[in-house]
Design a protein around this ligand. Sequence first.
Ligand code: B3K
Ligand code: ZN
Length: 876
Amino acid sequence: MSDPQATYLSDYRPPAYRVTHADLTFDLDPATTRVKARLHLARHPEREPGEPLVLDGEGLSLKAISLDGEPLEADEYAVDDKHLTVHRVPEAFHLDTEVEIAPEANTALEGLYLSNGMYCTQCEAEGFRRITFYPDRPDVMATFSTTVIGGTGEPVLLSNGNPVERGELPGGRHFVTWEDPHPKPSYLFALVAGDLKKVEDAFTTASGREVTLQIWVEEENLDKTDHAMASLKRAMRWDEQAYGREYDLDLFMIVAVNDFNMGAMENKGLNIFNSAAVLTHPHTATDAAFQRVESIVAHEYFHNWSGNRVTCRDWFQLSLKEGFTVFRDQCFSADTNSPAVKRIEDVAFFRTAQFAEDAGPTAHPVRPDHYIEIGNFYTLTIYEKGAEVVRMLANLVGEAAFRRGSDRYFERFDGQAVTIEDFVDCMAEASGLDLSQFMHWYSLSGTPEIDAFGEYDYAKAEYRLILRQRTPATPDQLDKQPLHIPVRLGLVGTKSGRDLPLTLDGETLGSDAVIHLREAEQEFLFTDVSEAPVPSLLRGFSAPVKLRFPYGREDLAFLLANDSDGFNRWDAGQRLAMLALDDLIAAHRNGVEKVMDPRVTEAFRGLLEGEPEDRAVLAEMITLPSEAYIAEQQPLVDVDAIHAAREFMRRGLATALRDDFLRVYRENQDDSPYAPTPEQIARRSLKNVALAYLMAIEDEDGVQLAREQFEADHNMTDVRHALTLLTHSSRDELSEPALKAFGEKWAHDPLVMDQWFAIQVSRPQPDVLERVKFLMQHPAFSLKNPNKVRALIGTFAGQNRVNFHRIDGAGYRLLADTVIELNRLNPEIAARLITPLTRWARFDEERQELMKGELERIRAEELSPNVYEVVEKALA
Ligand code: B3K
Ligand code: ZN
């Protein structure tokens, strides 16, 4: 398997043959499922006549093949481990093949597999070739008819489109035939068969079409579908209003499965979901899970237009559908919940995780120019940075032109497979803007940095702002050009505390404006600035860059108290905390006494004792930057010093503001029945942040409240938070009984057990590694289930920084052992799991050696292309 070949964007050619219609029949069986395919094919007009037909196919056992009804002789075709080649074919013809596959042996969860006895498929990106021989590329769009034959174990048989026929067959078998009238690429094919129950609802589209909505689950989960259904209906309405997009079939189905590599999949008319991304109940799911379900349901639904009706020409264009669809789901969630909190959460995550990806050995542009395994490119850069790039476009062209551009895009390219240029061209045409420099955002990897300097001239009433941009080299690109960067800003008057009117080059811009940085260095001179300002830069995180400005701590405290932009107020608080944390980290490393910066304490006091405003934003503002974010800001990551500094600050704040935290907790305690409303979620977040501070000093009232909150068992958000605080405390008599009670109560519910695993393995106590190993033997754990792997191993390696980076290397060893085992079972998940080891260059030499040693141990194995690609890059 070693030394797999790379695919290059520059090699793109249209397919030699197109499929106009595919007729499939599945005779299901765990060990030998028979797949018959009749493909109607025709030469692509841009390709020469006479080329052989080459179809993709992996792990298929070919049983029969004929062309236009004539069986082929052995010398008329060839099969290897990746392809079926028919040497001579006419201009237009149909090809019949029959293959056998074994769903029960499929642990990679790509193609057709079994999950909890239920048949399901995952075809994106290249899973369809594990089902039948096919030109498995997104620019081949065909209509599909699919007949599914099952037995008594599969009363429900589903596929894309509408059911058109069903009937009984001999031997207790039965079938359903589905027709999907919309041409689609093979990656959107889906099939589900099993003993499922449904919840049904209806939606009337803007033009009056009745759509049946179904959510299919295992019987015991029937009471966990309300929120997903309500979210789906909200998303359908929103897409009509925000983008003028209606649903286009009579039926829309969602199916929940337990074993799934990702969150969900947007198959046409039949979305398949990881059960964690669809099932909710106040007693089993937290607020965060409710919000995640809402956004994923919306995301997959939005793909119906951004992805399915208009799809990608090739996988290099993946962000065309993913970046745009993430942007769409972010806007939807912002409209449905608190927009400021949504932005804060998204950016906090982005700056931690995507910046780290950009700074590591797997850095790549939003549109990569080559890959070995496309499965490795479902990344934060493609998704989240792709969404930031679309957001910049939306801000550059303005709301109305953005809508005209998207209308144009959907109308012009409906039913086609297109490129990122096609999308940006529509925006350029709709706005009249020249977006050619902007296109660099798609080809540049790494995080651009802006160094900003400002000067106020009192006598001239001028403020001079200088912006310098550069993008540091990444392993894949050494030299980078300047980008077109929209910088939203305001100048906040130090006397008035208000945004000052902005006049730039004689033009009045209002008090909040976007300036365009295009040069490596550019000067902006604001005139008529009536008082000395503090600049509020990059408001709303208007571009995915690192911005440095020599703010003093007083400036930051001032912005935290006065900035009119909620996002930048929060950011000012984070920056202030970061400056103080830097001192504490240095003190820890130098072995000198740590001293709490009173400006941080006073700023937090001001927030807690000020006017009670948006509680959700307040909860974010009094949360310290995460250890992972702090690490991102350091030249060399010292995990122990970061942990010690952050804990010191948490305890310092808790000690100084104990009464405020207690009061805030009590004021926001609420016994009304659970609802995932923004108002309730805000109260719970604020109350729980306050409780976390009290527990940081193991305050007796705090301990008591945490216990009561756990025992009250009011809703999973509160229970889980209390359990986490008890489990992470230093007192075993608090943690052990609660963990035991929770584990016993929820032993039957796999999604709750995932939380139970995650809480335990994120404990700061040094014995946690032994606990991870112990829990890997727990009957509820299985390496074959991606949710379990993420909950236990993923959480430990990704979130328990002090213990994962133990200096004896035991954390690294455990991760590498797991990757080696998973490489055989599920390459996609194995490759993702390696991420923390790939970041070795950020640590001290001793840890670097240990981490590289583990990567080398992995490299010595027989590797899947997925793991091979990541390990090679990490060790390059
Ligand atoms: N498009 C899918 C991702 C599939 C990835 C498979 N390796 C989910 C989504 O982004 O909506
Ligand atoms: Zn998506």
